[in-house]
Design a protein around this ligand. Structure first.
Ligand SMILES: Nc1ncnc2c1ncn2[C@@H]1O[C@H](COP(=O)(O)OP(=O)(O)O)[C@@H](O)[C@H]1O
Ligand SMILES: [Mg+2]
Length: 380
């Protein structure tokens, strides 16, 4: 014999929506597991039969809504409410329970936790807002670039017209310097908000590093910074966007230079490691291996409590920094399927480690070139 009563009970208790049912006299008939969970109450069989005012008392709003059931008011359907007790948002529907004769014998509140939905919506809204913000930033940056260039040019002209006034020269030089700082920030903002697209070609990492070092050496605060580059002999080319990769290492080197403030060392090392070839790989790895570039300096290093923020846009500890250098670096590295991390250097300072993947065909290329060389040598 099928136990219909038990089945109905199980339906109610297994529902993933919260159910609160009360009798006409206000005593609780049902509080299912989901209701306990969403309301953050400890399940207690003793609640059945007690007044809903007592049991749900800490959620006044809920009590008020349930109280509506026996008034003439129109009952809320798919309404929303934020629970004071837990801060959770719930969506609910209130129904009167009628017996066969149509008399109201109780009320049922069916509800569901909307907090997660809300969070997703919030994230969606944030993304939209950031996209809109990015567009606005790009538009403003673009408009500001021209007048800034104008300021620099005109200050230069004025300087030439006032050959005998050292005071004026000093002020004009300051104006030009400040305009350059502002211009760099504008360029960074544009770079950061621009959607990234790569022009990938085989790129010599050594060449990229040499270019970046040259740029860093010409930095106004380079002073007596010693930059030493050490590239492994077997370094394969990378499938990369040459200009953007140069930007990565230029930014890292300029940061190191600025951290050193005119005196110290920067060590750049680059090496290649093949993906570990286990004897019988289940499937061939996507990449043949990885190039690791480390940029280390013996400057003050990065305080442990800010390492997490370093790559966030606009995080800067410099008076006229944009805080976008490392955000751009990370964006470019990510687009190349690479990784970047920062850690303290043994002996003081900071080490930035960049890892970039090398596809199979470029490693093959190194082998062929080496093979040719050996063949040529044996003939000579
Ligand atoms: N080599 C380094 N040594 C110490 N701190 C660093 C180094 N590189 C970056 N930082 C820290 O990270 C911050 C963010 O760098 P970045 O994104 O390039 O912005 P910005 O250079 O404009 O400040 C810097 O302000 C600095 O505090
Ligand atoms: Mg920087």
């Amino acid at each position: 014999m099928v136990d219909r009563e038990a089945f109905y009970r199980n339906v109610v208790h297994s529902l993933r929506n919260g159910v609160i049912a009360i009798w006409r006299d206000g005593s609780i008939a049902v509080l299912n597991d989901a209701a306990y969970r969403i309301l953050g109450l400890d399940a207690d069989p003793g609640h059945v039969g007690r007044s809903f005012h007592d049991v749900l008392g800490r959620d006044h709003d809920l009590v008020d809504i349930l109280s509506l059931a026996f008034t003439d008011a129109e009952l809320p359907n798919r309404a929303e409410l934020r629970l004071r007790s837990s801060g959770k948002a719930i969506g609910y529907t209130l129904s009167r329970i009628l017996d066969r004769a149509g008399t109201v014998s109780g009320a049922a509140l069916l509800f569901t936790d909307l907090t997660r939905v809300e969070q997703l919506e919030e994230r969606e809204r944030l993304r939209d807002r950031l996209a809109a913000l990015g567009e606005m930033a790009a538009a403003i940056a673009h408009e500001v670039k021209n007048p800034l260039a104008g300021i620099q040019v005109m200050a230069g002209l004025l300087k030439r017209q006032l050959p005998d006034s050292p005071d004026a020269h000093e002020i004009l030089s300051d104006i030009i310097t400040e305009a350059k700082v502002a211009n760099r920030i504008v360029v960074d903002v544009l770079e950061f908000v621009r959607p990234i697209s790569l022009e990938v070609e085989p790129v010599s990492l050594r060449g990229v590093l040499d270019d970046a070092v040259a740029t860093a050496r010409s930095h106004p605060r380079a002073g007596h910074t010693h930059i030493v580059t050490d590239c492994a002999a077997d370094l394969p080319d990378l499938d990369a966007d040459q200009l953007q990769l140069r930007q990565v290492f230029t930014n890292l080197l300029i940061n190191a230079t600025e951290a050193l403030d005119g005196a110290g060392h920067v060590w750049i090392t680059a090496s290649y490691a093949a993906v570990d070839g286990s004897p019988e790989p289940v499937e061939p790895p996507e990449y043949a291996g990885y190039v690791t570039v480390e940029v280390a300096d013996d400057g003050p290093g990065v305080p442990v409590d800010v390492t997490d923020q370093l790559f966030s846009p606009f995080f800067t500890t410099k008076p006229s920094g944009s805080g976008l250098g490392l955000a751009i670096v990370r964006k470019i590295i990510n687009a190349h399927d690479g990784r970047i991390e920062v850690r303290p250097r043994a002996g003081g300072g900071a080490t930035f480690g960049v890892r970039l993947p090398v596809p199979h065909h470029l490693v093959e290329a190194v082998r062929v070139v080496d093979g040719d060389r050996t063949a040529g040598g044996s003939h000579g």
